[in-house]
Design a binder for this molecule. Structure first.
Ligand code: M6P
Ligand code: ZN
Length: 199
């Protein structure tokens, strides 16, 4: 007697590299030229290949963007590299719906999660395979690759969060993660130099 059917899941992730297999998956590709203005040292960028891959994101969007109560899932592959001593990093954003929180977790290689609250206090959490990070609402978040290989991290956030890139494009974070003597160091921006070229 057949009581119920067991259906296959509509989505799978590879537990090795967290790549997503789903009908609803969307891929985003960011080359250095797409994000160059987030880096301090533009003359170093000018000497680099603008088409070099900085990071790719796979988004699983099971509901429409903006849906209240839904969730999104993402896997980011952030390449290693530096622009004038500043580690390759994601653009970084606040959520447009400011109260919305997010989970990040480390999957592969070493990273740094750079967080900044609305008062521009900035702090960093170390990321590594298995690290888990709760990003509260109203806290901007960006990830830097401080390792030698491709940094992979997962993310899960509410489908009505939205991405507010504008305030980061305008004012940046209040501190930058730079390599100093072979180690990552968080360096505060000079208050006179907080203006960013717009993206
Ligand atoms: C994570 C999530 C996504 C985000 C991506 C890249 O996967 O937070 O929402 O888009 O990282 O970060 P960003 O959009 O700041 O470039
Ligand atoms: Zn987010």
């Amino acid at each position: 007697m057949k009581l119920f059917e067991i259906n296959p899941p509509i989505t799978e992730i590879d537990l090795g590299d967290y790549s997503i297999r789903s009908k609803e998956v969307v891929e985003q590709f960011r080359s250095l030229k797409d994000i160059h203005s987030i880096f301090k040292n533009q003359s170093s960028y000018e000497k680099m290949d603008p088409n070099q891959v900085a990071y790719t994101v796979q988004y699983w969007l099971p509901v429409k963007e903006g849906t209240e109560g839904g969730l999104f899932w993402g896997t980011t592959n952030l390449h290693p590299g530096k622009v004038g001593g500043e580690y390759f990093m994601t653009k970084g954003h606040f959520h447009s719906n400011a109260s919305r929180a997010e989970f990040y977790w480390g999957v592969q290689s070493k990273g740094a999660l750079i967080l900044m609250d609305e008062n521009r206090n900035t702090w960093v959490e170390e990321m590594y395979p298995g690290s888990l990070h709760y990003i509260p609402g109203s806290v901007a978040h960006r990830v830097a690759n401080i390792g030698d290989g491709i940094l992979i991290f997962g993310a899960c956030w509410p489908s009505d969060s939205g991405h507010d890139y504008a305030s980061i494009a305008e004012n940046g974070f209040s501190a930058r993660l730079m390599e100093v003597d072979g180690k990552p160091v968080l360096i505060k921006e000079d208050e006179q130099e907080t203006s960013f070229p717009s993206m």
